[in-house]
Design a protein around this ligand. Structure first.
Ligand code: AMP
Ligand code: MG
Length: 400
């Protein structure tokens, strides 16, 4: 049985980023940028006033005070969106609004609150130094500066930044088509009446949610009973999939048919069984450019293995430049006793306690307890071979 690192390496060696498409920046939240983006101009493009007031030559008002104001002649008014007509010479000023470009010759702005109008001009009642109340050209971004690189996940700040460079459309990754199938003759579609010996499908829904959150174009294809014909029919519906994810039917039970059927359909096995808990029976394969994961049916195992393996596949297809979810360490709240076999991923709840990150393992770690996933926000990663973890020691955590 291979380790998770080996399994991930095997997957990555078979994966390439998908192509790109051009979309409006307004629709780009959650997408992955696939070009390096630089600004063709400085941002802001000109020295601009940060206040409503008077554009001045700092030298003219260097000694100004309430008792001895500087008197300046007002040449013009410069509202935002207009450019001044005059160069300031000694003893002159221009009325200026926030966001308007400084007129030639000006090097500071005095806020209107520090001025008084008088018959002979405007009285400047406070000294200003060079650059006061001025947002210099390029304060945010220099001309030609790279503001975002290919592989970046786009959110609100990135959308604003892209727009500020003047672009309205950008090149992003095509979203991988992830198709999801739940398998098991006991699995019922929510919404119908519960029958004896049956349970409602949880996996189809949690996996569709996970795939969407990860940036895929996710579609749930429904439930297949543990029969060859039923399974093959569902798999056929996933023809267009970049990644087909099946849950259930990958263990060694009499009705665990998924692996055999996939191999029979010409899927090449990448791995089957990984030394992790939960999630040991996970199957991965590929046919052409279409990947397939067979995940264990237990609702927790299924979500955890999706995060570990489908996450890698989707991230790579998307061409993301940050590898996987955020990891860090936290202090363990309670001592843990564990079986030594296999790498473990326990469900944990993180809290900030006196400025330290503390993680508590959820009280029920069985792979059928889906409530643990609802309650938890991280997986606690425990190395193979570890049988005891003392309370108070740091442990590795991986955010969902
Ligand atoms: P399997 O991997 O098919 O052996 O299933 C393992 C366990 O997970 C069994 O108890 C199944 O009933 C349960 N299970 C399988 N698929 C689902 C599903 N879609 N939703 C909820 N539980 C499931
Ligand atoms: Mg089953």
């Amino acid at each position: 049985m291979i380790t998770i690192e080996q399994a991930v390496r095997k997957l990555k060696s078979r994966l390439d980023p998908l192509g790109t498409e051009e979309i409006p920046v307004l629709k780009s939240a959650g997408r992955i940028l696939r070009e390096d983006l630089s600004s063709p101009h400085a941002i802001p493009p000109f020295d601009k006033s940060a206040m409503d007031g008077y554009a001045v030559r700092a030298a003219d008002v260097a000694d100004a005070s309430v008792e001895a104001p500087a008197v300046l002649k007002v040449l013009e008014d410069i509202p935002a969106g207009q450019v001044g007509n005059f160069r300031l010479r000694k003893g002159t000023t221009a009325r200026i609004m926030t966001g308007a470009p400084l007129p030639a010759g000006a090097d500071a702005v005095v806020m209107v609150e520090d001025t008084v109008m008088a018959p002979e001009g405007v009285l400047i009642r406070k000294a200003a130094t060079r650059g006061a109340n001025v947002g210099p050209a390029g304060e945010d971004v220099k001309k030609g500066e790279t503001v975002l690189t290919a592989g970046t996940l786009l959110g609100a700040a990135e959308m604003g930044m892209i727009a500020a460079t003047g672009r309205s459309r950008i090149e992003v990754s095509i979203r991988p088509k992830v198709r999801i199938v739940s398998t098991g003759s006991e699995i019922l579609k929510p919404g119908v009446k519960l029958r004896p010996g049956h349970i409602y499908d949880a996996n189809g829904y949690s996996l569709t949610g996970l795939a969407g959150e990860r940036g895929a174009e996710a579609r749930f294809l429904g439930i297949a009973a543990d029969r060859k014909g039923a399974l093959e029919q569902k798999i056929a519906q996933a023809e267009d999939a970049d990644l087909l994810v099946l849950s259930g039917g990958v263990s060694v039970g009499d009705y665990d048919l998924v692996q055999d059927i996939l191999l029979g359909l010409g899927v090449e096995q990448i791995f089957h069984k990984v030394r992790i808990k939960p999630g040991m029976p996970t199957f991965a394969g590929v046919r052409g450019t279409s990947f397939v994961l067979g995940l264990p049916g237990h609702p927790v195992s299924c979500m955890v293995t999706f995060m570990l393996f489908a996450g890698v596949i989707i991230d790579t297809m998307l061409g993301r430049n940050t590898a996987g979810p955020r990891r860090t360490t936290a202090i363990l709240s309670d001592s843990l006793r564990l079986k030594p076999a296999r790498r473990k991923y326990l469900r944990g709840i993180v809290e900030n306690s006196d400025g330290r990150l503390v993680v508590s393992p959820y009280h029920a770690q069985e792979s059928g307890v889906l409530k643990s996933m609802v309650a938890a926000d991280v997986l606690i990663e425990v190395a193979e071979g570890v049988t005891e973890l003392e309370a108070g020691r740091p442990v590795d955590i991986v955010y969902f």
